[in-house]
Design a protein around this ligand. Sequence first.
Ligand code: SF4
Ligand code: SF4
Length: 512
Amino acid sequence: MKSPKDMRIIQIDITNACINQCSNCTRFCGHHKKPFFMDWETFTRAVDSLKDFDRTIGIMGGEPTIHPQFQRFVQYIGEQYPSKVKLPPITKPIRNFIKYIRDRNFYLDETLNDRKGPGLWTSLCNNYYEHFELIQDVFSYQCINDHQNPSRHQPLLISRKDVGVSDDKWIEIRDKCWFQNMWSATITPKGAFFCEIAGALDMLFDGPGGWPIEPGWWKRDPKDFGDQLNWCELCGGALLNKGRFSYEEIDDVSKTLFEKLKEVGSPKQKRNKVNILSIKNLQSTGEEMPDTINRYLPDFQERISRLNTVLNPKTIDAVIFCNSKEILENKIDSYTKAFNSVVLASESYIYNDFIKTVSSKSNIYTTSTTMNQWGRTLNKAIKLSSAKDWVCLIDEDTKLCVELLERFKTIILNPGVLYRFSISELKDKMVLFNTRAKALKIAGYDGISACNSADEFFGLWDEDKTVFMDGKLDDVIQNPDLELWVRIAENIESQNKAHVYKCLDKIKSDHE
Ligand code: SF4
Ligand code: SF4
């Protein structure tokens, strides 16, 4: 057993609601009649209690991004427990996100921050995309697994007595539990625990709760774990070196735990998703896992399924400021094919005849614009199209590149960033922004309305969240923005610059 003070991570379980119900989930998702959502007061107390902890504080679920106060929580931990070094925002489009995260974790978390800072455990659902900008801004480490892959989860709802582990052997086996020795202590709404699984068991079986969430709780040594160790009696963490594919959604349990699930009215059990294992001498019917270190999912890249498009642009709505009827008439068909909707923002006279042509098309809206009301017109346009994702501002004489737009749908852009495209060396022929951008949230409706020109509107974004690109998307990257990362290495004050450069070399060579 390990003291939490010597652990690499201490988790804060902010919810046990999840979009999945994986086999043998460590938080027993699917077995609770009602999931919990940690309240603000408990969360702030949890973060404050860990202020002197020098490693990763994890925000964990369930799926933490679906907590209704996720944004507020993340802002708080970012302020109270910031990582020492931050990377500039992702600006270049990314094709292989999980590879990017692997490199980012290696460079930012392991190397620059020596594993100190806020961490996020997520299965990458729509809510991750919703908070994409904030997540990249705050978290030093991200553990992503969408569980649409062959990751194996070890059965946990196992009683050692059911599988015939005698009293004389038990303590030695328990104290070697790899979960506790390699993973985390945790805080749940019911208190602080020496082990994350013990915290989850206490929640599932309505236990007595954990230690008070107060500064220093995590400095306890194993000899002080006391009654919390009783949870090990109902846990297979130290017992089976076996596992089931998480996507099967079946939990393997021993007899005693099967009965206990019945007592608490487990919904997952009622759906017949619980399998009673017949185990003798610690041999189960599950598949063998490779080894302790690589037991989970050896290939990091499999953590996001190739079919997972959660981070790709969903919709692109166009707003075209245009005062040439002729141009519009010639191009309107290509616009309507390329975008989910098109809003024409023009002087009213344009519409006299033209409106008849366009009104028959369901994804075209029109709004009139007058001098010095650029921002108000844009607000109206966004409202008309009900744009919820990407918005593309197009210059009236831009030659639309359909191929470019199709490529957008296959790459990952940071919704917090303003992308300004020059086409044929002409600036801002096309500009992309996302309605989720923090810059727009801060400006609000009034802030946008107050913009008298496109340039004023572009000024709402910070410089480091504005990127200029050519129209060919040549800057699409498969790897991190290494030039930028090298510049960071040059500017940081580190005792160990050689180590930092070695890390960069390793990332670089991996991409060659
Ligand atoms: S995604 Fe994680 S928290 Fe959700 S059910 Fe699967 S293992 Fe449990
Ligand atoms: S046996 Fe279970 S509860 Fe006990 S330390 Fe291991 S994982 Fe935690």
